[in-house]
Design a protein around this ligand. Structure first.
Ligand SMILES: Nc1nc2c(ncn2[C@@H]2O[C@H](COP(=O)(O)OP(=O)(O)OP(=O)(O)O)[C@@H](O)[C@H]2O)c(=O)[nH]1
Ligand SMILES: [Mg+2]
Length: 305
């Protein structure tokens, strides 16, 4: 008797962009699906400033998710570059996920994002996020109707990035709509971001968490020193850049209390990322109008492409 030939399972793989307005939950979803914190998250809009790739590998294939800055009207060169990186992301992917907060009403910003997705000509999924905040899921129906009338979506999926609800369904659907192909990255390669950048972003996230309304927009963080002194110990210096001396004062706080709090929180996350202890030193520096200065934006890694 001849042995039955094993059937060959085709895998699917490709790039999937997460596009949406600020605060929709793009970075929360990226972190959740990758299973590791690689993107900064905060309740302040415009947290993400450049594209961040996260790799999700399953037996059925590989999804390379591309997190992008929330779509908004650019006021500074920084914001213009952020929006350029959204366009770049749209051009470079096989599939687009438009993600929106299911609880906010539809406005001009949503129409603008929708048009970006349409203009890309790419197949698209619609993700209605934050459904954990909805008591009655039927409240989604008018929203689904509106979007269905506007575009031919491959799928419409209500999800909760925060509570990990329906995210497995999302991955299955991404894989289904990606072309057949082998995995692009090895399974342990979770992101395209360097450790230095991951560290800077952790510090920036903590700045956003412990400061109020004005500071998020005027802060950049650069890792100036990253030295693995031993296998189990690193020395790290980060510079927090702001635009005015008054903002420097806010970040430092009374008796340096706020800066200390930023340092404690950041060190905790950095140690988790590295898997060992580190010494973290933070400096605050003023660079007037850095958001409009090309050379500084380049130096801070905010190239926009
Ligand atoms: N309740 C709830 N909150 C969520 C969910 N997903 C994200 N959030 C919250 O929404 C806020 C914004 O999340 P982010 O992931 O930073 O949003 P973003 O779309 O990446 O924002 P930008 O980078 O500014 O464009 C944070 O306070 C998150 O905790 C969700 O599924 N449910
Ligand atoms: Mg984000």
């Amino acid at each position: 008797m001849r042995k039955a030939q094993s059937t060959k399972h085709e895998t699917h793989s490709g790039y999937v962009a997460l596009i949406g307005r600020p605060n929709a939950g793009k970075s929360t979803l990226l972190n959740r699906l990758v299973g590791q914190k690689i993107a900064a998250v905060s309740d302040k809009p415009q947290t993400t400033r450049f594209r961040i790739q996260g790799v999700i590998t399953k037996p059925e294939g590989q999804v390379v998710l591309v997190d992008t800055p929330g779509v908004h009207q650019p006021g500074y060169e920084l914001n213009r570059r952020m929006m350029a990186s959204v366009q770049e992301a749209l051009m470079g992917v096989d599939l687009v996920c438009l993600i929106r907060d299911a609880l906010v009403s539809t406005g001009n910003g949503d129409r603008f994002v929708l048009n970006l997705v349409k203009q890309s000509g790419k197949p698209a999924l619609l993700l209605l996020n934050k459904i954990d905040k909805l008591e009655d899921k039927s409240a989604l129906l008018p929203l689904i109707d509106w979007y269905r009338n506007e575009h031919d979506w491959r799928e419409i999926i209500p999800i909760s990035a925060l509570k990990d609800d329906q995210t497995d369904v999302l991955i299955d659907n991404c894989l289904r709509h990606l072309p057949e192909g082998e995995p692009i990255f090895s399974e342990d390669e979770l992101t395209d971001q360097s450790l230095r950048v991951l560290v800077s972003e952790i510090v920036r996230e903590k700045v956003l968490q412990v400061t109020g309304d004005e500071i998020p927009y005027v802060t950049a963080v650069v890792t100036e020193r990253f030295e693995e002194v031993r296998d189990d110990f690193a020395r790290i210096n980060c510079v927090i850049v702001v635009e005015r001396p008054s903002q420097k004062k806010i970040i430092i706080g009374k008796g340096a209390s706020r800066l200390k709090e930023i340092g404690i929180r950041a060190r905790r996350d950095i140690q988790e990322l590295l898997g060992h202890r580190c010494h973290l030193e933070l400096f605050v520096k003023v660079e007037e109008d850095w958001r409009n200065r090309d050379e500084l934006l380049d130096e801070f890694g905010l190239s926009g492409n």
